[in-house]
Every structure is written in C-alpha cells, then in structure tokens.
Design a protein around this ligand. Structure first.
Ligand SMILES: O=P(O)(O)OC[C@H]1O[C@H](OP(=O)(O)O)[C@H](O)[C@@H]1O
Length: 335
C-alpha cells in the first residue's frame, strides 16, 4: 500500500505564502509565524496515528522551510518545535507540539526585551542612530533607551527595493523619535551626523559575519571609514549553526520586478538598440536585473553583536553558538 500524502492544514500553506511574499517578514517575525503555523498544524491535523501526525508535522515544517532561505531563525524555530513533539498518542503529540510552539514564541518575546535592555546601554542621551531596513531587534534597543528616558534621533535609510525603512520610520515616529529619511545612496553623507549604525541580522555566521539586508556591508565599511561604530542587534535564534561546520549561508535572490517593473523595463528598452534586442518584456533584451536580498558584512566591520545573552565582539560569537547549538544540525523535517 502506498502512503497518502501527509496532510498540511490550509493555514500552514497560507502562512508559507505570506512569508514567501514578504507579507510576513523580518527574521524574528518569520520565526514566530512559523512556530504559530506548526501549532495550527498540530491543532488541525486529521491524523489518526502518531506516525501520520509526525508525517504531517514534518510536511508542514518543510512547506515553511522552503519559503525563504537566508534567515536562519526560520529553521531554528522549526527545529525547536519539532524536537518538542513528544508522546505516544495523537493527543499527547498534539498537546506537546502546541506547548512547545507557545514556549518558543514566549521566549522570542522575552529575548527581544532582554536584548533591547542590553543594547540600550550602548545608546546615550542625545545620540543619533542610523538604521538600515527594519529590524524588531534593532528597534527594541531604541525602545528600551527611550524607556530609560534617553532622547534619541534617527537617520533612516529607505532600503531599496522594498523600502522597509518606511516601516522603521513609522515605528520611530510613533515613539516620538525625530526621523530623517534618506535614500540609500546618501548614507555616507549622513554618517558624520550619526553616533551609531544600528542594524539587525537575518543570520550570523560562526566567524562573526553578519548576513543582513542588502546594503548593510557597504554601510558598515563606510561607517568604519568615518569612525562610526556598527551595532548589530540579533537574538540568538539568528545564530546559524550550519556555519560551525563550514557551510555558507544561502543568499536569497528575489524577483527582478521588485527592482524594475515591466513598465519601467519597457521604458528603458530602445527600439534603436544596434543589436535589435527590443522584443517583448521578459525576452532577451540585453538588460539584466539582479536582486539579491542580503549581503555579508565581515566581522572586522562590526563593533558589537547584541543578543539576549549579552553583547559580543563578532569574533567571539562562535563560543555562544557552540554552547547553544552544539556541532550537530539535523533537519527533523526531512522525509
Ligand atoms: O528579526 P528582525 O530584527 O525583526 O529582522 C531582522 C532582519 O530581517 C529583515 O529581512 P527581511 O525584510 O525579512 O528580508 C532585515 O534584513 C532585518 O534586518
């Protein structure tokens, strides 16, 4: 007899679609949504045997895992929840999975608060932070500093192509922080007015390299040249255990239309091109658009990685990574 396809509940599919489309985005938020989706899978699983329940849970985790490749918080969340699925009956498995997902989500929330308090110690009254993209971990540091009564100002890079800087600007304004929004290319000009570069991370490698939104590495290099310290706020679920054994972090490449719409492309295409290349949109027209979503900032350009376990120079993050993740990285969602 051939086993039926394991059943993945519709809510998991819609969470996966929302993550892929970046309606749900940000490394920690993705991890939170993935854990919640596994709880929904556990709750709604039609499985009648423990084996079928586990198969469904693994299939749900695979569906979520395959959405975006760079933020390690996603596989770290899936691994954590799957490891906690325990029991001899479907009822026990259901309850333990839901508990585990809930405790993951609670820990995430606490970690962000604790990290914020630690990061806030680096920020002095009157400081100006320069931000890139939108990071809940980075903003937690600002929020905690504000709660400590410090006045801060922010220079916010818009962060092409998706302009997540606007989300950062909106949050900071809600907190009453004066914001200057700049285009990405203006960052060097504004660094002299900044006391810190403050960014988040999607993954941190064992050598302390920071994988974050495209444009972070250029910003960090320029900040070093200008003598502005670079602070990376990243909970420990951003530590990438595979890099302990020499693996590199996959950099997501997204749809070129995030950079150049079909309409914009059509306006660039010249019917006078000497190679006669102007055809239908999408055809070979000599214009290539690349859209990598992330880049790698080498540890020498990073001053501190702030986690809920304390702040670390990037070169020493490997010790924490070993302590928390060990050397083994299984994939419990594999078939
Ligand atoms: O976990 P938090 O700190 O919220 O976000 C961390 C990082 O996730 C985001 O990626 P994307 O916008 O999902 O591609 C940004 O690169 C941001 O710095």
């Amino acid at each position: 007899m051939v086993d039926a396809e394991p059943e993945v509940v519709p809510a998991v599919e819609s969470t996966a679609d929302a993550i892929a489309a970046m309606e749900i985005r940000g490394a920690a938020t993705i991890a939170d949504a993935a854990a919640a989706a596994l709880a929904t899978q556990a709750e709604g699983s039609p499985a009648e045997t423990p084996a079928a329940f586990r198969r469904g849970l693994r299939a749900a985790a695979r569906t979520l895992y395959e959405t975006r490749p760079t933020a390690v918080s996603l596989p770290n969340a899936l691994r954590y929840v799957l490891r906690g699925a325990d029991g001899d009956t479907v009822g026990e498995l259901r309850a333990s999975t839901i508990d585990r997902a809930e405790s993951f989500r609670r820990d995430l929330e606490h970690a962000r608060e604790t990290l914020g308090g630690i990061g806030a110690n680096r920020l002095r009254d009157g400081d100006v932070v320069l931000t890139h993209c939108h990071s809940t971990d980075a903003l937690a540091c600002v929020e905690a500093a504000l709660e400590d009564g410090k006045a801060l100002e922010a220079i916010v890079k818009e962060t092409r192509p998706r302009k997540q800087g606007h989300i950062t600007a909106a949050q900071l304004r809600e907190w009453g922080v004066p914001v200057t929004l700049i285009v990405d290319g203006a960052a060097r000009r504004y660094l002299d007015a900044a006391d810190h570069v403050l960014v988040g991370a999607d993954s941190i490698a064992a050598d302390g390299s920071v994988i974050n939104k495209i444009g972070t590495s250029g910003l960090a290099v320029t900040a070093r040249e200008r003598g502005v310290p670079v602070m990376v706020a990243a909970q420990t679920i951003k530590l990438h255990p595979d890099t302990l054994t020499g693996h590199t972090v996959a950099i997501e490449t997204r749809d070129e239309r995030e950079v150049l719409s079909d309409e914009e492309r059509a306006s660039i295409r010249s019917s006078d091109a000497p190679d006669g290349s102007a055809g239908e949109p999408g055809s070979e027209d000599g214009l290539t658009v690349e859209n990598p979503a992330f880049d790698v900032t080498p540890p020498r350009y990073v001053d501190a990685i702030v986690t809920e376990r304390g702040q670390f120079p990037p070169e020493s993050i490997v010790t924490l990574m070993r302590e928390l993740f060990g050397d083994t990285t299984d994939e419990p969602w594999a078939e």
